[in-house]
Design a protein around this ligand. Structure first.
Ligand code: B12
Ligand code: SF4
Ligand code: SF4
Length: 367
């Protein structure tokens, strides 16, 4: 198989963009990953950060590798639009309204099998910790680095997911895409938490998409900005003009969930329902924590009973976030619940949240 016939096969399989590049180590990306770890900007992210030597050099995982075939598939408009939302509803970022990786994974698997049938080695990697997907996509000419750190493509903007086939077939590489964001910088002020600290530089400690998939407490100073999000964040993609054409066609209402209905599910039910989410250790308490914060931000007084149940619960992480949410909603019913809590039964975070929630409720209007 030569490169033109490979590209044609990929298009027939429904892959929107495809390119081929060499497997030389991504040395600049390795240095970037190391620098982010050293400076703390990668926060507690694992993935490609766990072993930068490996994630930036595919030959460490596949010594026979000669080329990377990189594919990109658009998931908008299929992913729909969450719309303005209603009290008590939580928002899921578009990439996770369903398993949007599946069509790409399956098309790449078919292509890889064809390469193996021709006698080459070929393995598929989609969102795999052994490869920094964006670096491979840039080298293969799929698109350009956006200032929001996304790989952007002509017409599809940032609304693509990436995957690769690593192969022993010595295909001809494709041309790079020399476009750039130019003078646009719309994504930088669009980020609700200021996580894009410079063009192309993301501080994961402030990024909502990162925080909602971490362990532990959500930072107090960022909980308001999380708003109604329960998984992922799309603000720096929504703002991106090259993607607007696809967004205009994205009209189906999708990506909203009734938060209280989710909180009433068992862990097993939540786990099955959101098996496509990255949740640390598959511990549903981290998803419940996100739901409690979004419920607090909804300002919906009818949620007080649900929050009271969690505030009186036995998981200190959820107690703390429920107390915060009660303080955020405010009003006399929330105050009654907060005043019924025994400080001596709370851990330090919970006691701190209780103190600050009660102080907030005592503050005169406007403070
Ligand atoms: C860790 C990770 C995250 C982390 C960190 C993201 C990050 N920006 O580093 C978190 C949890 C925050 C995250 C969020 C999201 N992610 Co993510 N994530 C990954 C993962 C697993 C590794 C990424 C990585 O290694 N980052 C570290 C560094 C190396 O990458 P970088 O930030 O892009 O840094 C580059 C730029 O700074 C650039 N650069 C250098 N010089 C210059 C100069 C200029 C001018 C510019 C503009 C850039 C630039 O070079 C750096 C590389 O050295 C990949 C899958 C994979 N295996 O690769 C998916 C992946 C990157 N994620 C993806 C998606 C879809 C998302 C979300 C949109 C999901 C959502 N809606 O919530 C958000 C987008 C947030 C954002 N703005 O990045 C897609 C991106 C597709 C695309 N079009 O780019 C990927 C590729 C998954 C996939 N297989 O499709 N993600
Ligand atoms: S995903 Fe959200 S929080 Fe993260 S950089 Fe983009 S806009 Fe900011
Ligand atoms: S919003 Fe503008 S600057 Fe940001 S990634 Fe998109 S095109 Fe580039």
């Amino acid at each position: 198989m030569d490169t033109p016939s490979l590209l044609e096969s990929a298009r027939q399989l429904g892959i929107d963009r495809v390119g081929v590049c060499g497997v030389e180590p991504f040395e600049d990306v390795r240095l970037d990953l190391e620098e982010r770890k050293a400076s703390g900007r990668s926060d507690r992210l694992g993935f490609t950060f766990t072993d930068p030597d490996r994630s930036t050099d595919v030959r460490r995982s596949f010594p026979w590798a000669e080329r990377l075939i990189v594919g990109a598939s658009a998931y908008v408009p299929e992913a729909g639009d969450p719309g303005p939302g209603s009290p008590g509803s939580g928002r899921i970022a578009r990439f996770s309204t369903q398993d949007h990786y599946e069509p790409l994974r399956s098309a790449l698997s078919t292509l890889a099998q064809r390469l193996r049938d021709l006698g080459h080695s070929a393995e598929v990697m989609v969102d795999d910790n052994r490869l920094v997907d964006r670096a491979a996509a840039i080298r293969a000419g799929i698109g350009w680095w956006g200032k929001n750190t996304m790989v952007l493509t002509n017409r599809l903007g940032p609304w693509i997911l990436l995957g690769s086939i690593v192969t022993s077939a010595a295909l001809d590489p494709t041309e790079p895409d020399n476009r750039s964001c130019g003078t646009c910088s719309a994504c930088l002020p669009a980020c609700p938490t200021g996580a894009l600290i410079a063009p192309g530089v993301l501080d994961a400690r402030r990024c909502i998409a990162a925080l909602l998939q971490q362990r532990g407490s959500l930072p107090l100073e960022l909980r308001d900005s999380i708003a109604d999000r329960i998984y992922g964040c799309d603000d720096c993609l929504d703002a991106c003009p090259p993607g607007h054409r696809l967004l205009e066609r994205s009209i189906d209402r999708r990506g909203r969930e009734d938060i209280e209905a989710l909180l009433s599910l068992t862990d097993a039910q939540l786990d099955a329902r959101f098996d496509r989410f990255y949740i640390p250790g598959r511990k549903m308490r981290f998803l419940r924590r996100n739901l409690l914060v979004a419920l607090g931000n909804s300002g919906d007084e009818s949620a007080i009973n649900t929050l009271a149940h969690y505030a009186h619960g036995s998981d200190p992480l959820l107690v703390d976030h429920a107390i915060w949410a009660l303080g955020r909603i405010g009003g006399s019913a929330a105050r009654d619940v907060l005043e019924s809590l025994e400080v001596s039964m709370l851990d330090a975070d919970g006691a701190g949240s209780l103190q600050s929630a009660l102080t907030k409720l005592d503050a005169p209007i406007g403070k």
